[in-house]
Design a protein around this ligand. Sequence first.
Ligand SMILES: [Fe+2]
Length: 387
Amino acid sequence: MAELRRYRQGEGAPDVALVEARRQSRRVVLSWADGSHGEFPQRWLRDHCACSACRHPLTRERLYSLLDDPLWTTLDTHDALAEQEVAADCLSLTWADGHRSRFDAGWLHQRRPGQALDTLLPRAAPWQLDFSPHHVSHAEFSDSQAGRQRWIEALLRDGLVLLDDGPRELETVSRIAEQIGPQRATNFGARFDVRSVPNPNNAAYTAIGLALHTDLPNWRQPPDIQLLYCLENDAEGGESSFTDGFAAARELRERDPQAFRLLSETPIDFRFQDDGHDIAVRQPVIDLDSDGEPCEIRFNNWIRDTLSLPLAQIDAWYDAYHAFWQVLREPQRRVELTLAPGQMVAFDNRRVLHGRNAFDPNTGKRHLQGTYLDLDMLQSHLRVLTR
Ligand SMILES: [Fe+2]
């Protein structure tokens, strides 16, 4: 059916042999051997025809254009099917204009209207208080599909995963990223070095402690996934810490619904400026999805710009921001770790806040290399691995 993924077959799969097809007011009602039924509007069936004229056999993209099909207007009010034929493994339809469509029984079974199509992606699970991140070894990640799959699934589920025992080689982070997809470049380049440098343009390039934050909330789309690869970490201090921003936002909603509402409904300004850039956006600190659940956290005190709000809202906003910060920084929700050379942490930058303790550059070297990846590439890689 013009798809690279097969519908479920074999042991434990439902018996998806078709047993009956009936027509009922411009719908086709199907029954399968496992006892399930599905009603399909004729328009839906015509739209999803997967013959080589309707779907390109190589690109698998839709060629059929319902908007240009004279049959479409008929389908609105009339039965436009000339004939239907049922076999155990397929439904064959002949339309009034002579076009023929053929649908696999199992493909239709998976797509019966009202049945959510399995996305095959793990859902984000908020950290519990005893949360500790999943580890995958560099060798498992590089040499086996199963290792890479576990790494991606943990990252999608927990928003944080560790990779252990990689080489102490420059640019390894880019090689790892590119096994998944192209590096997402920003104004700091495709790959960045985290160590203290003279004349820094960013707090990360100093030795000071970094309070929990998300990177680049001043972009309309901040980077999705951040990879931080440790090359050297001998300096005293510099421990990394992480907290689940979604879990903290939900906790804030419990404790202080008014603060949660203010932070999710009030856009504020974020801005980064240097000699060549001025990247700014106005967005709320907590963004919600269509179900009202947190789907993005923008929290970065360095690049929070002038707070430009009506006078009556300013104090209330500061109170709400402070209340959220109290929850975010609670030690029991924080994962703290010292990255070892050859270890990489990957996290969902739009969900998990990260920070680090100050380090003393006089006691040793600390050098991390980082890059970003788009979530789309991660999800795509997982779908391909599990085909
Ligand atoms: Fe950062």
